[in-house]
Design a protein around this ligand. Structure first.
Ligand code: F0G
Length: 353
């Protein structure tokens, strides 16, 4: 029997995650996200068993909450009086929320002008102190790591091992839901923490005897303009519409390469056009609104399926890492409402257009 999903995430998997007698005071109800059988999209792509794990239903709307809950609980237990992170947006939204629940200040360092509006709103609403830097995420993370060394604040980026530990729970939940590991797991790659965590999670679950021992191929996708792992060299000026993964020198680079190679998987890149087209297609075929970065993994799967590199009967899980509402400006207003008088005939007329 899989662990009961009514329990807080860290209690549910405490046999794997917790230290002896460790208690977790803070929870916002993270995890237990849906694994949705994408019947219509799967049929279009030629995949009968395509699943979407929608991480947008986490408390702050992204997968970051899985690791943040563990990182902030441990930071507080260890006496931290503040937390700090660099972020393309989601980490800061999550850190701000958990720090608020812990009653400690949160400092976030962001690439100026490159963070989606919803994510900024979340961090501000939770009372985080925002500092924008004239640089990209990689520059921000470098500075935050230096500040972390002084001990002024606990760093809650994925360079903090508790973050990646907590993110392993995404893999545990997939195995619990399917009864076994899928054939392949696809996800976007930015700072490369999540692909590292998922692979560690599948391996750990297998090693702990919680599965039949099978592990999936890990399929990572970067954006064409921010694809350092694909090129095998850092990208000095990464650019992509998917600002969440606008990263040129990922901290968990080695972990991502290990996940790819040990699993027999791959890391490739997809274009911004393919990302935006897939974001809209997921919403229109499955009713799930994810953010652009999340669609990168599905865009990659679509290509692999069309090239015969994924087979119809394979169980493929795509991680939809964040909610579409975080980045409302990206949805072009081509379907914006017509404004008409408030009467039935005018509305009927507009419906025909
Ligand atoms: N998808 C979303 C929605 C993200 O926010 C991120 C990373 C990723 C995918 C990539 O995950 O970095 O583990 O490879 N966002 C970080 C942030 C960088 O600051 O919020 P990764």
């Amino acid at each position: 029997m899989p662990p009961h999903s009514d329990l807080p995430l860290l209690e549910r998997y405490r046999d794997l995650l917790a230290h002896l007698d460790e208690t977790f005071a803070i929870s916002l109800g993270e995890g237990a996200t849906s694994l949705i059988h994408a019947r219509r999209l799967g049929a279009e792509l030629g995949l009968d068993r395509l699943y979407l794990k929608f991480e947008g239903t986490n408390p702050t709307g992204s997968f970051k909450d899985r690791g943040m809950v563990l990182a902030v609980n441990r930071a507080v237990a260890g006496g931290a009086e503040a937390v700090i992170c660099a972020s393309t947006g989601n980490t800061s939204a999550s850190a701000a929320a958990y720090a608020a629940a812990a009653g400690i200040p949160c400092f976030v360092v962001l690439p100026a002008g490159k963070v989606a509006r919803g994510k900024l709103a979340q961090a501000l609403a939770a009372g985080a102190r925002l500092v924008a830097v004239e640089g990209n995420f990689d520059d921000a993370l470098e500075a935050v790591r230096q500040i972390g060394e002084t001990g002024d604040a606990a760093v809650v980026n994925s360079v903090n091992p508790d973050r990646l530990e907590g993110q392993q729970t995404g893999a545990f939940e997939i195995v619990d839901a399917l009864g076994s590991a899928p054939d392949a797991v696809a996800l976007p790659v930015g700072n490369a923490g999540n692909i590292t965590a998922y692979w560690a999670g599948f391996s750990r679950y297998a090693d702990a005897g919680k599965t039949d021992g099978r592990r999936p191929r890990m399929l990572g996708f970067q954006a064409d303009g921010a694809a350092p792992i694909v090129h095998g060299a850092p990208v000095a000026a990464p650019e992509t519409v998917a600002t969440a993964i606008r990263i040129g020198n990922p901290a968990s680079w080695a972990g991502a390469v290990a996940a790819r190679d040990e699993s027999g998987g791959l890391i490739e890149s997809v274009s911004d056009e393919a990302i935006l087209a897939m974001q809209s297609r997921i919403a229109r075929t499955e009713g799930i609104f994810c953010e652009p970065a999340s669609a990168a993994g599905v865009a990659g799967v679509a290509r692999l399926a069309s090239e015969g590199r994924l087979h119809r009967s394979e169980v493929v899980v795509c991680i939809l890492t964040g909610h579409g509402l975080k980045d409302p400006d990206i949805v072009v207003p081509d379907a914006a409402a017509l404004t008409v008088p408030p009467d039935a005939s005018a509305i009927r007329e507009a419906m025909r257009r």
